[in-house]
Design a protein around this ligand. Structure first.
Ligand code: PMP
Length: 378
C-alpha cells in the first residue's frame, strides 16, 4: 500500500523529467561554470540558459537573477543587503507578522544592531491589508517585507498594491514568493519590488537551490564572500545541476499552471467543504477565497495537532501542523497567534497541501481517515 503525500507546502518531490535534465551536469557536463575549458563553457552556458528561463518567468532581466541555495538564503541576503545599502537613509523596517522565519530572524538581528522593526498583523482572514502597511511606514522606513502567500495558512497577500505604495515612496520592497512561484503567475511587472525570493524544491525541482531577483538599481553587499560568481553578488561555485533542474521544473510548471491550479483548487475545495460540514468544531484558518490553490489549513477544538499528524502518519498519510521548519517547537505558531487564535486552537491545527500527483481517490481516503482519527482522538 503506497503512502499519500499531502505536504507539498513543505516540499515537493522532484519531477523525474527534472532529474533527467539535471543528470548530465553531474557527469559528462560536470565542469565548473567559471572554468575556461570545454566542460566549464558547457556548464556556464547551462547556468546562463537557466538564468534566462528564470528571468523570463518573472519578467526580469537576466542580470537581475542571482542563484542561491534556496529561499532562506535569498531572504537573508535581501534583508541584510537592503539594510546595509540604505542605513544612512533610515533605520526602520516594516514586515508582516506572518513572514517566514528566514525574513523575521534577519530582521530581529538588525533590531539587535539598532534598527527598528514594525510588524503588521493580518486581519482575522489571514490577509495583511496594504493600508495597514502604509500606516506603519515612516519617513525613515527603508524596507517593507511581504510574503506573497503565507506558507502555513496559504493566504495570498496584497503584494501588488503594497508594491505600488512602496514604489511611490521609493521604499525597498521584498516579496517572498516561495509558495507561489511555479504555482501562480509571479511577475515583477505586476508586483513592483526590489527583491523577490523563490526556491526550486517548492515546485518539483531539487532541494538546496533557489534564486533572488535583485532589481538592477538595488544595491547591497553580498552575504557570501570569496569569489566573483553571480556578478560578485554570491560567491561559490554554482550548483549547476540544481540550477538546471530549477529552470526545467519551472518550465514544466509554466506549461500546466492554470490547468493544474484549477485542478488542485477543486481538491482543496473538496477538503474544505467536507471538513466544515462533517467535522464538528472545526475552523478553516485564513480566507476561503484568497488562498493558494493547494492549501487547506484547519484548527480542531479538543485536538492536539501533533497527535493528529502522528495518527494520520500511521494511516500512510503525510500532513503537517503548519511549518516543517518549526516542527518540534512547543509554542503555537506565530502565524496562527497573529490571527487571534487561542493557544489551544493554534496547537490543534492541520495543514493539508495537495500537489501534482494527488488524486481524488487520495483525498477521499484522507477525508475518511481524518474524520475517524479526530473522532478517536476526541
Ligand atoms: N519562505 C517561505 C514562504 C517558505 O515556505 C520557505 C520554505 N518553508 C522558505 C521561505 C525557505 O525556503 P528554503 O527551504 O528554500 O530555504
Amino acid at each position: 500500500m503506497h503512502r499519500i503525500y499531502l505536504d507539498h507546502a513543505s516540499t515537493t518531490p522532484c519531477d523525474p523529467l527534472v532529474l533527467e535534465a539535471m543528470r548530465p551536469f553531474f557527469f559528462e557536463q560536470g565542469g565548473n561554470p567559471s572554468s575556461p575549458h570545454a566542460e566549464g563553457r558547457e556548464a556556464r552556458k547551462a547556468v546562463e540558459d537557466a538564468r534566462a528561463v528564470m528571468a523570463s518567468f518573472i519578467g526580469a532581466e537576466e542580470g537581475e537573477i542571482t542563484f542561491t541555495s534556496g529561499a532562506s538564503e535569498s531572504n537573508n541576503q535581501a534583508v541584510f543587503a537592503a539594510a546595509d545599502a540604505l542605513k544612512d537613509k533610515g533605520r526602520h523596517l516594516v514586515a508582516s507578522a506572518i513572514e517566514h522565519h528566514s525574513v523575521l530572524e534577519p530582521l530581529h538581528r538588525l533590531e539587535q544592531e539598532g534598527f527598528e522593526v514594525s510588524l503588521v498583523k493580518p486581519r482575522a482572514d489571514g490577509i495583511v491589508r496594504s493600508e495597514d502597511i502604509q500606516s506603519a511606514l515612516r519617513p525613515d522606513t527603508i524596507l517593507v517585507c511581504l510574503v506573497h502567500a503565507n506558507n502555513e495558512i496559504g493566504t495570498l497577500q496584497p503584494v501588488e498594491e503594497t508594491g505600488r505604495i512602496c514604489r511611490q515612496r521609493g521604499t525597498y520592497f521584498l516579496v517572498d514568493a516561495t509558495q507561489t512561484a511555479g504555482h501562480l503567475p509571479v511577475n515583477i511587472n505586476d508586483i513592483p519590488c526590489h527583491y523577490l525570493s523563490l526556491s526550486a524544491h517548492k515546485f518539483y525541482g531539487p532541494k538546496g537551490v533557489g534564486a533572488l531577483y535583485i532589481r538592477r538599481q538595488a544595491k547591497g553587499r553580498a552575504l557570501i564572500l570569496g569569489g566573483d560568481q553571480e556578478h560578485g553578488r554570491r560567491a561559490g561555485t554554482q550548483n549547476t545541476p540544481g540550477i538546471v533542474g530549477m529552470a526545467a521544473a519551472l518550465k514544466i510548471c509554466r506549461q500546466q499552471m492554470s490547468e493544474e491550479a484549477s485542478r488542485e483548487a477543486g481538491l482543496r475545495d473538496e477538503i474544505i467543504d467536507f471538513v466544515l460540514k462533517e467535522i464538528p468544531s472545526s475552523v478553516l484558518n485564513g480566507s476561503r477565497g484568497r488562498r493558494l490553490p493547494n492549501n487547506a489549513h484547519f484548527s480542531f477544538a479538543g485536538i492536539k495537532g501533533e497527535d493528529l499528524v502522528s495518527a494520520l502518519d500511521m494511516a500512510r498519510l503525510s500532513v503537517s501542523m503548519g511549518s516543517a521548519c518549526t516542527w518540534g517547537r512547543l509554542e503555537p505558531s506565530h502565524v496562527l497567534t497573529s490571527l487571534g487564535l487561542s493557544p489551544a486552537m493554534a496547537l490543534g491545527s492541520l495543514r493539508v497541501s495537495v500537489g501534482r500527483w494527488t488524486t481524488r481517490e487520495d483525498i477521499q481516503y484522507f477525508l475518511a481517515q481524518l474524520k475517524s482519527k479526530i473522532t478517536g482522538l476526541r
